[in-house]
Each structure stands twice: as structure tokens, then as C-alpha cells.
Design a protein around this ligand. Structure first.
Ligand code: WQD
Length: 299
């Protein structure tokens, strides 16, 4: 099975490509390296014994997409490519809507032209906004996202839902991730964002290795047990397995279906720091900083 993996050199994409190859499938990667490094291709090769085919380009490049679909007999697409930092999206909304929404529309058009009918979309729990009730289920109301990142993901979900209604033979799965964390057990691949990490766990790891002075905890006055933000952190390898399960489902279901990918258990920022210190034996100094725009107390 040939799977076009947009953003396949990124954090979740690379872990998913390892699992695809280990399962006998063939990922064809498209990545613009905006948040990934080219050496990830060799790191994947080191893990699975073969270097995945990789196109270095942008999902918004319709001509490139057309040539990839014309060159390879693509059976399904896993669409990871997109920007994904809540705080950053508040500062750069146009960049987020262009990359995430426009990129998804260009991809969908290319898929329609090529007659590729199976799509897994990397969505996000941020489409639920600031939930009234937790834990969230797939039937929880969406659309009240509190930041441009979440709103972009919700818009794309709507676009794909409407597209599937207009072409019933399409099979689309929306995977709503909570908070991916961790790394491949080998340590060969993991989360290594370009620049200053926006997300909690890579920032903690960079403090632990001395690359950053201290963690800024964005607010300790939320309505949570210790006042810091609560999120559902799931291991990135479990998340990768979830994509293979979704591929299996694509073969047996039409329609546009959403699945939450999380553990159902939330942990606060300070609990994550304490757990990381316990697991690593490494101190993680932190200071309490103002809340970050777009953040919510608990998801
Ligand atoms: C987690 C908590 C921050 C950094 C993520 C992804 C997004 C989506 C949803 C997949 C919050 C706090 C963070 C720091 C901190 N996932 N924090 N200091 O905002 O929940 O969004 O999950 O689609 O792609 O970004 O994750 O890791 O940024 O924040 O105190 O330096 O850690 O306030 O409470 P978030 P995050």
C-alpha cells in the first residue's frame, strides 16, 4: 500500500512512517522542512533498514502534488503537514490559515484529480475549544476553538466533511490528537522543533539538557488542582499506531468519521515537570510566567 505522507519528516509524521514501513507499507513523504530536518530520512533508514522516498516541497504546490500522484500509485494520504503551535497561531493567523487551510484545499483538489479516495487528516483536540465537560468525546461540540490554530483545524474538518458529502465514495478520517509527547524508544527520532519549542515537552527536554535556562510555566491561576494547565499527553508511538488502525478502517468504511486520540487522563504542567524529573533524574528549573494567549485551563 502506497501512502502519501505530507509532513512525513515531522514529529508525528516520522514516527508514523516508521510504523508504516514496519507494517510492510510504503510511505512517500512530502515535507517542506519548515519544522523538520532532512536527516530524519537517514534516521528512519537507520531504524527500518530503508530510506523512505521523500519530496522536499510544500503541500500548497499543486503542480508538485499532481506530479507525485502521476508518478506513484497512491492508495491513501495521511495529511500531517501544517503549523501547530497554539500560541504562535495567535501571533501569525494568516500564516496558519494559509499553511493549514489553503494547503489542505490544494491537497484535496489534487486527490480528486488523481482519483485518490482515502484520506486521514491530522486534526486536533483544539477544535473542541474550552470544553464545559471533560473528558471530551467525539460527540462533544466543536467549533468554539480559542485560537487560529484550532480554528484552522476546524475549518479543514468542515471542508473535508462537505467534500465527502459531495463525493460519497470518499473515505475520510479525522484524527483529533490531544497532546503528543515522547520519542521512539531508540531515541533516533523524536521531537526536535526548529527554533524555540512552542510545546511543553520539547521545552522541558531542552531545559533538562541545559540548552534552555528554565521553563516558563504559562500561568498558575487556572481552575485546576495546582493552577497550571491540564492536558492529555499521549505517547507519539501510540499515536503512530492509531494512524495504522485508521488506515485499516479506511478500507472498510466510507464517510467522514472523527476519532479522539488521547488517553482520557489529564496531567498538569507541574505534574509533567515532576514526572520528567523522576524519570530522568534531571532537575528542570522553572518560573511562573503570565498566561499564554489562546490557552485554556483543561483539555
Ligand atoms: C501544554 C501546556 C501550556 C509551553 C498542543 C499542540 C497542538 C495540539 C493541542 C495536536 C499548556 C503549558 C507550554 C511552555 C508552558 N495538538 N506550557 N510552558 O497548547 O495544549 O497544544 O496540543 O494537534 O498542536 O500545540 O500544547 O505543549 O503548547 O502546552 O507552561 O513553555 O503546557 O500553557 O497548559 P497545547 P503545549
Amino acid at each position: 500500500m502506497n501512502v502519501l505522507v505530507t509532513g512525513g519528516l515531522g514529529y508525528i509524521g516520522s514516527h508514523t512512517c516508521v510504523k508504516l514501513i514496519e507494517s510492510g507499507m510504503t510511505p512517500i513523504i512530502l515535507d517542506n522542512l519548515s519544522n523538520a530536518k532532512p536527516e530524519v530520512v537517514q534516521r528512519i533508514e537507520h531504524l527500518v533498514g530503508e530510506a523512505p522516498l521523500c519530496y522536499f516541497g510544500d503541500v500548497r504546490d499543486g503542480e508538485l502534488l499532481d506530479s507525485i500522484f502521476a508518478t506513484h500509485d497512491i492508495d491513501a494520504v495521511i495529511h500531517f503537514a501544517g503549523l501547530k503551535a497554539v500560541g504562535e497561531s495567535v501571533i501569525k493567523p494568516l500564516t496558519y490559515y494559509d499553511n493549514n487551510v489553503n494547503g489542505s484545499l490544494v491537497l484535496a483538489k489534487a486527490m480528486r484529480k488523481a482519483g485518490v479516495n482515502s484520506l486521514i487528516f491530522s486534526s486536533s483536540a483544539t477544535v473542541y475549544g474550552d470544553p464545559e465537560h471533560v473528558p471530551l468525546t467525539e460527540n462533544s461540540p466543536t467549533g468554539a476553538a480559542t485560537n487560529p490554530y484550532g480554528r484552522s483545524k476546524h475549518m479543514i474538518e468542515q471542508c473535508f466533511t462537505d467534500l465527502q458529502k459531495s463525493v460519497p465514495t470518499l473515505s475520510i478520517t479525522l484524527l483529533r490528537y490531544f497532546n503528543p509527547a515522547g520519542a521512539h524508544p531508540s531515541g533516533n527520532i523524536g521531537e526536535q522543533p526548529n527554533g524555540i519549542p512552542n510545546n511543553l515537552v520539547p521545552y522541558i527536554t531542552q531545559v533538562a539538557i541545559g540548552q534552555r535556562e528554565a521553563l516558563s510555566v504559562f500561568g498558575d491561576d487556572y481552575d485546576t488542582p495546582d493552577g497550571t494547565g491540564v492536558r492529555d499527553y499521549l505517547h507519539v508511538v501510540d499515536l503512530a499506531v492509531g494512524h495504522l488502525k485508521a488506515l485499516d478502517k479506511l478500507n472498510v468504511q466510507d464517510g467522514c468519521v472523527a476519532y479522539n486520540l488521547g488517553t482520557g487522563q489529564g496531567y498538569s504542567v507541574l505534574e509533567m515537570v515532576a514526572a520528567f524529573e523522576k524519570a530522568s533524574g534531571q532537575q528542570v528549573p522553572y518560573n511562573i510566567a503570565p498566561r499564554r494567549a489562546g490557552d485554556i485551563a483543561c483539555c
